[in-house]
Unconditional design. Structure first.
Length: 416
């Protein structure tokens, strides 16, 4: 860890990471687990409740809808009251959502439970970024954020092979009960470990609520935000869309994989996310320290993601190729935190939460649309004899998102 944190040999800096960053990383762990777990337990839930592709897509999408709808008020709350209090409260909301998932008697209650969970984990990344802006110098923010998201991505790992192994013994409902207990523990950890503010930091200047809300208009009209948002939102949104739902069914229906090999590829997917988040943050901070533009990192990720999607459209079935392609898909698409941290620095520090949530909210709204869109496309073909969806539908879905990325690239270049 000392290699991740500049000057890690200095006890004060190491203590800062352990006391300030890690509690927020705990919420990032819950965030990743909440997003990934449905890709693993989704087939079991679909079987129990008789869900179609569009029904399963809607179940995943309602989670991201809540996640997205919470972003703007969340950013305002974090800017005004600080990440400690806001994140501790949201962790308890997440615990309630997980518990409702475990007890859901029908798809309607399950949908409500996923909606509540989406609200609860909505501030994981934003709280981490806001705390890092308060406690670290600008040139270290991307690296510290990337390191924190890297560690938190272990939640995505835990929701793959370990959950798949546990399902026959404990069932998917007990998996959600465990997540509820962990979320409550994270809330307590944040309250006991994180100070209210950094030493010497002044309390946020209190202005009329209408003035504070009006700052969102300045952010959404800013030319830098308008230029970068579509590309960043689609890049990150694709990773979350497949992690949250469609990677598992794709591996079953296109890759031809059984339960355990599918969970192993999803584990590789989570490792790809962790690698991209860690390396992206390190490279971006190194570029910024040398006076270069850290946005070079997500620009590279955009081009690489387009290439990987083109290869996935071909429908490879070789197990090694599947591991490699989905690792790359997740790795190059996990540059979002770099873009969030870099673009937030173009605005005053007191707007960090709102800038990050403006980006995150745009991305999550797109995820809501993508998860439903893929379900609608798949339902255009009859179900297969095994109960899955036609591989042709997955190819068309990837083609649509690839075309969307081409458009965002043209918009990005047009705004230079």
């Amino acid at each position: 860890m000392s290699a991740i944190i500049q000057g890690g040999a200095v006890p004060a800096i190491r203590h800062r990471f352990l006391r300030i960053v890690l509690p927020f990383v705990g919420m990032s762990f819950m965030n990743q687990a909440a997003r990934s777990v449905v890709a693993t337990v989704g087939p079991a839930m679909a079987l129990e409740f008789g869900l179609s592709a569009s029904g399963l897509g809607a179940l995943a999408a309602v989670f991201f809808f809540a996640y997205a709808a919470t972003q703007l008020p969340l950013g305002l709350a974090i800017d005004l009251w600080g990440p400690r209090r806001v994140q501790a409260a949201l962790a308890l909301v997440a615990a309630l959502g997980f518990a409702l998932c475990a007890l859901a008697p029908d798809p309607f209650v399950l949908g409500i439970a996923r909606f509540v969970t989406g609200i609860g984990i909505a501030g994981a990344l934003i709280g981490l970024i806001k705390a890092n802006v308060q406690w670290y110098p600008p040139a270290r923010i991307a690296a510290i954020t990337g390191a924190g998201v890297f560690i938190g991505a272990a939640g995505g790992l835990a929701a793959t092979v370990p959950v798949q192994w546990a399902l026959p013994f404990f069932g998917w409902r007990n998996v959600f009960l465990l997540l509820a207990g962990l979320s409550a523990a994270v809330s307590l950890w944040i309250l006991l470990s994180v100070p209210n503010r950094a030493p010497g930091a002044k309390p946020a200047q209190r202005r009329r609520l209408g003035v504070e809300i009006g700052e969102f208009g300045r952010i959404f009209r800013h030319p830098v935000f308008l230029r970068h948002m579509p590309a960043v939102a689609l890049l990150s949104g694709l990773v979350f869309t497949y992690q949250g739902l469609w990677a598992g069914p794709w591996l079953r229906d296109v890759g031809g994989l059984g339960d355990l090999p599918r969970a192993q590829v999803l584990l590789t997917y989570a490792l790809g996310m962790m690698t991209g988040q860690l390396l992206g943050g390190q490279v971006a901070s190194a570029l910024q320290a040398r006076g270069r533009n850290p946005m070079v990192v997500p620009f590279f990720g955009l081009g690489a993601m387009m290439l990987v999607q083109a290869l996935l459209i071909a429908g490879p079935r070789d197990l090694l190729a599947l591991h490699l392609l989905w690792f790359l898909f997740a790795c190059v698409g996990s540059c979002g935190p770099v873009a969030y941290a870099a673009l937030a620095q173009r605005f005053p520090p007191e707007l960090t939460g709102r800038v990050a949530t403006a980006l995150n909210g745009s991305m999550l709204a797109l995820v809501f649309l993508l998860q439903n869109l893929i379900g609608w496309i798949l339902d255009l073909w009859p179900r297969t004899a095994t109960g899955g969806w036609d591989p042709a539908g997955y190819g068309w879905a990837l083609g649509v998102t690839l075309a969307g990325q081409v458009l965002t690239l043209l918009w990005l270049l047009r705004g230079r």
